[in-house]
Design a protein around this ligand. Structure first.
Ligand code: 1GP
Length: 255
């Protein structure tokens, strides 16, 4: 089984390099929007492209991935809203276990269904403890998964959930306030989770400013995910990409 992306991520973590992932929902992008976005990414690079959505009504995931791969060499990681969103054209998949919820289908059911497909694919599997945190409004993940998010002031619950994920052998923890969240994950919660676990931490949901992203990185996140804010304003990609470069220049430790 390939493990390059996870190895890189752990190396970045050791070197205190923070990464930036752009979330693309293929449903929300027309082909001219995608061309525009690819042009922007050439100018303002990202470390990873996450691809997925809570619900997809158009079948253009593969087309989208192939188009990006033909023009950019940035790892594409599937962030699946469901098993139908798996694509063997991508580089890796976040194999999500919704550990903040108590819905067995999303803890093990979907994973069983996906297992034979994943075995036959060439995708790198990234076993990920996915934690939904209250982002200030109801969100699609909560509705579609039939689970409650962890309240945003319950840092001990978040920390113990992440710790249980680590003890169960998951390799990454993803703290998500949900796409378009009013409030991103509290910095104090990221700090608390960071104190508890030694895994790479992905943070996303409702990040709309570079300052927010930097604060979250300094609190201990390893990958920042932005979707909505760049979808609605592609200029924000420049701001984020530049801010991450500055942050990494300032805080990178010598190898
Ligand atoms: C959602 O973490 C992602 O699952 C990104 O959220 O679209 O709000 O940036 P946004």
């Amino acid at each position: 089984m390939k493990s390059k992306i996870l190895e890189d991520l752990n190396m970045h973590r050791r070197n205190n390099k923070k990464c930036f992932a752009l979330l693309i929902d293929p449903d929300k992008l027309g082909s001219s929007d995608l061309d525009l976005l690819i042009g922007q990414i050439r100018l303002y690079p990202v470390d990873y492209i996450f691809m997925g959505g809570s619900l997809m009504v158009q079948n253009n995931m593969d087309i989208c991935i192939e188009k990006i791969q033909s023009q950019l060499s940035i790892p594409i990681i599937i962030f699946p809203g469901d098993t139908y969103q798996l694509s063997r054209h991508a580089d890796a998949v976040l194999l999500l276990s919704l550990i903040s919820g108590r819905n067995p289908e999303l803890l093990i059911g979907k994973q069983v269904i996906a297992a034979p497909y994943l075995k036959q694919s060439n995708l790198e599997i990234l076993p990920t403890g996915y934690m939904l945190i209250d982002g200030g409004k109801p969100n699609s993940v909560s509705y579609m998964s039939n689970t409650f998010p962890i309240p945003r002031d319950k840092e001990d619950i978040a920390a113990c959930t992440a710790l249980a994920g680590e003890q169960l052998g998951l390799k990454i923890i993803y703290l998500d306030a949900g796409s378009g969240a009013l409030d991103s994950i509290p910095v104090s919660m990221v700090k608390r989770v960071r104190q508890e676990i030694d895994l790479p931490i992905i943070v996303g949901g409702g990040i709309r400013s570079a300052e927010q992203a930097i604060d979250i990185c300094r609190a201990g996140a390893d990958i920042i995910v932005v979707g909505n804010a760049i979808e609605s304003n592609p200029e924000f990609l420049k701001e984020m990409s530049t801010a991450m470069e500055i942050l990494n220049d300032k805080i990178s430790l010598p190898k």
